[in-house]
Design a protein around this ligand. Structure first.
Ligand code: NAG
Ligand code: NAG
Ligand code: NAG
Ligand code: NAG
Ligand code: NAG
Ligand code: ZN
Length: 500
């Protein structure tokens, strides 16, 4: 509290010189979550909660100077930092950079070294894949450089000019991941400021309470999910099978090719897919929709990200595990829906996102769109990295430690015990995948991950992330796909018709 006041005093003296005309001019990073107790001008300047470990979560607000000076603004806060902003926000995006969830006991470079690396690399504009280069040179004109706004033991907050957004991932060491702040404050729509409205949690808890083995669901998931098909599809996406795809980085021709191929594959199972552009130059989201047999307006969404990240300086980014495994698993689910003749009672969406590696950009745009349309979502599940477990470990499924709706995770854990009892259910601090975008807009969301505990994949964010290597286990992908498909069948309801 006292340090906040001290910082506020500093702000008071510094602000006269730096206040831009945009109105929003202070970054506030605090451990205090949004609640009804905060003053109105803080509640309406909330930009999200960041960090995969519950003990080190950071809540970010961008209050105006008037808000902070208005006396009681900081009364409800326990600790935090205030940083005056001295740039035009429209020139770029604010990006939070944090721990991906690799075992911290493994030697990792300090955040100070990371920042030194980012500023050096970005100043030199060491860039990457040819198409990204084009975007950079056409939009660099008045872009300025990446600025460090805030640093804590676990995170950095940067201002990233638009020209650098497409390649921010390539400036980071593999154990750090970016999450872009939204362009506008998150909606202050939740009664009591629960992150997700209570009725969704109550619905999922009730479903979980009444859950029992359904032989028809068991038959659909067992007959429908096919290992050989998932393996074939993952290897097409990685380029291990002849596809011509070298990389699925969001700015490569490989990503565009993958998007069109995914659309075609999923449409063959009875869905309608749309390529949705979300930011200039990024490959599109592929949004596939199965209609409701009962004209329901309620949705259930299962997703993965098809874009990938490679080693620094390499143009190869096969993304076999991250997130070829989640993408292949979604294709496996689509195949099962088609081959088993599943008709859903509610609307079901299979979403393949891009721009995940640059800060959850594709999923954020889609979640914002669904929020603007007042869409009702009963459950959203992101599948990011499903294939790897350390050699000798059992098959497992990891559910998030933070940034999820616990009732959604309980349901998935219980479904796993029923339909894939071979999986050991546990928790992970693996951080920052696309379900976070849905949580930000108050939707009931969670994630499935390959491992309980830390990320252990030695080829994480590495150009060697292929499917043909020790520890990459298609059996585990199949088992997790049975769980996510059972969640669609359970929450969306279904009947069986002709297969397609
Ligand atoms: C809870 O689920 C049961 C069984 O599906 C259903 O009959 C009941 O109406 C549900 N209750 C609520 C409050 O949703
Ligand atoms: C897909 O969209 C087209 C055109 O909007 C429509 O005619 C068709 O019925 C849709 N198919 C499905 C499976 O929703
Ligand atoms: C769904 O809506 C269409 C058109 O409004 C109608 O023809 C159809 O009977 C409805 N189906 C059900 C199951 O209500
Ligand atoms: C949004 O949908 C809910 C129910 O689904 C409805 O009660 C509410 O009025 C809708 N709000 C708007 C702004 O359309
Ligand atoms: C099953 O659900 C209950 C809550 O209904 C939860 O306490 C329990 O942890 C869940 N089991 C698993 C394995 O997730
Ligand atoms: Zn990923």
């Amino acid at each position: 509290m006292s340090s906040l006041f001290a910082l506020l005093a500093v702000l008071g003296t510094a602000s006269a010189a730096v206040v831009p005309s945009t109105g929003v001019n202070t970054l506030l990073v605090t451990s205090t979550a949004p609640s009804l107790d905060l003053v109105e001008c803080l509640k309406t300047s909330y930009y999200g909660t960041y960090g995969g470990s519950a003990s080190s979560q950071e809540h970010i607000y961008l209050p105006s100077e008037e808000c902070l000076i208005s006396g009681s603004a900081l009364d409800g806060l326990t600790a935090g930092s205030l940083i005056p902003l001295n740039f035009e926000r429209e020139a770029g995006r604010i990006v939070w950079i944090g721990q991906a969830g690799i075992d911290p006991s493994l030697a990792q470079e300090s955040l100070q070294n990371t920042w030194d690396g980012i500023s050096t690399k970005s100043a030199e504009s060491i860039m990457l894949e040819s198409d990204a280069q084009k975007v950079l040179t056409t939009s660099t004109k008045s872009s300025g450089s990446i600025q460090l706004l805030y640093q804590s033991p676990n995170s950095l907050v940067l201002h990233v000019p638009h020209a650098y957004l497409p390649t921010i991932d390539t400036l980071l060491p593999s154990h750090l991941v970016p999450v872009a702040l939204p362009s506008n404050p998150l909606p202050a729509l939740f009664e009591g400021w629960e992150s997700v409205p209570a009725r969704f949690a109550i619905h999922l808890a009730n479903v979980t309470k009444h859950l029992r083995f359904d032989p028809q669901i068991d038959k659909i998931v067992s007959d429908g999910i096919e290992l050989n098909q998932i393996r074939r599809d993952v290897r097409y996406l990685t380029g291990e099978a002849p596809s011509g795809i070298e990389s699925r980085h969001s700015f490569t021709p490989g990503a565009i090719k993958a998007a069109h191929w995914i659309k075609e594959k999923v449409e063959a199972t009875g869905a309608n897919c749309t390529l949705r552009q979300f930011l200039d130059g990024f490959s599109p989201n592929v949004i596939c929709h199965y209609p409701s047999s009962l004209n329901s307006t309620e949705h259930v969404i299962l997703s993965a990200h098809y874009d990938s990240r490679g080693s620094f300086g390499s143009t190869r980014a096969p993304g076999g595990d991250d997130d070829g495994s989640g993408t292949g698993h979604l294709l496996g689910v689509a195949h099962a829906i088609g081959s088993q003749g599943v008709r859903f009672e509610k609307q079901v969406v299979l979403a393949f996102f891009a721009g995940e590696e640059q800060g959850l950009l594709g999923s954020h745009a889609y979640a914002e769109h669904l929020h603007k349309k007042n869409t009702t979502i009963l459950l959203q599940v992101q599948a990011d990295m499903l294939a790897y477990h350390a050699p000798g470990e059992p098959l497992q499924i990891g559910l998030p430690e933070s940034i999820h709706l616990p009732e959604a995770s309980y349901l998935i854990g219980n479904l796993s015990q029923i339909y894939s009892p071979e999986l050991v259910v546990g928790k992970t601090a693996a951080c920052c995948s696309d379900h976070q975008s849905f949580i930000s807009y108050g939707f009931p969301a969670t994630q499935v991950f390959e491992r309980n505990g830390w990320i252990a994949d030695p080829f994480y964010h590495n150009s060697g992330d292929l499917s043909q290597r020790e520890g990459y286990d298609f059996e585990q992908v199949v088992s997790i796909a049975k769980v996510t498909l059972s969640s669609l069948l359970t929450i969306a309801g279904y009947s069986l018709g002709e297969s397609v």
